[in-house]
Ligand binder design. Structure first.
Ligand code: ADP
Ligand code: MG
Length: 247
């Protein structure tokens, strides 16, 4: 494959007798959205956690951006640009959307939590914070406290928080989970244009979303890769239809 940003090589993780991931091998091309799909329990979240560094792998390797990151911590991977998406629980509800983004930028610059209050007074963070809010469609809500934002807007802000860390690759485990149809359509429209800057590995159970967004798709079944292909190849794959789409 031309210029893979991520190479997953025989990655394995066992929980007792269960191999949640069992020799996963696939590559993600730079500047693409790569879908990761499969039935419940197929090992998608386990794979994401192994790639982010939250879970140590039992075997196999992960290469990111030309380096072997297999034994790297979550923080070291994040600093090198491989980043998992934030959770709403990491937002500070009484602060404005802009304050939250400013704090995320500042933490990226190596400041710890207790300095975050200062981010509000650091005017050099204003322009970059506003730019990021614009990218996630929240320009009009820069001065709104997070607790006043709708659920979907808070999810957009989560995306802003992770963009503030300037990732080159994002690991997204069901970013539309719990969203209504209009919110998830909005999130799709936000993710699509990001891919030039930010490669994405997207776990998503809604097949319409995956087929609409992904350039390539890897199908997992029982911890193993069934197939990696284009959306059209995946749609036409008889075993995928049988194992996953319910034919
Ligand atoms: P998916 O995200 O595709 O639904 P998971 O990665 O969450 O699948 O789970 C894959 C398999 O690993 C399942 O059988 C699940 O029960 C098991 N599993 C996941 N996490 C743990 C854990 N922390 N301890 C034990 N078993 C786990
Ligand atoms: Mg999961």
């Amino acid at each position: 494959m031309a210029d893979p940003i991520l190479e997953v090589i025989s990655l394995t993780k066992c929980f007792g007798a269960i191999a949640a991931s069992d020799g996963l091998t696939f590559s993600v091309k730079r500047g693409t959205i790569h879908g990761l799909i499969g039935p419940n329990g197929a090992g998608k979240s386990t794979a994401i956690a192994q790639l982010s560094g939250e879970l140590q792998s039992d075997a196999g390797r992960v290469r990111f951006d030309g380096q072997d990151v297999t034994r790297w911590s979550v923080d070291k991977r994040a600093r090198s640009g491989l980043q998992r998406s934030y959770q709403i629980t990491s937002l500070l509800p009484e602060f404005t959307a802009e304050d939250n983004v400013a704090m995320a930028i500042q933490s990226q610059q190596g400041h710890s939590f207790r300095f975050w209050e200062n981010a509000r007074r650091d005017h050099s963070l204003r322009t970059p914070s506003r730019k990021i809010l614009e990218r996630v469609g929240l320009s009009d809500f820069a001065d709104s406290p997070v607790m006043d934002l709708a659920h979907g807007q808070q999810r957009q802000l989560e995306l802003a928080m992770v963009l503030a860390t300037a990732p080159s690759m994002l690991l997204l485990d069901e970013p539309m989970a719990g969203m209504g149809q209009s919110e998830s359509l909005r999130m799709m429209e936000l993710l699509r244009p990001l891919k030039g800057d930010v490669t994405m590995l997207l776990v998503e159970h809604d097949m319409d979303v995956v087929f609409a967004l992904a350039d390539m798709i890897t199908v997992l079944v029982k911890g193993q890769v069934l197939v990696t292909g284009t959306p059209d190849e995946i749609k036409g794959h008889p075993e995928v239809r049988r194992a996953y789409l319910g034919d």
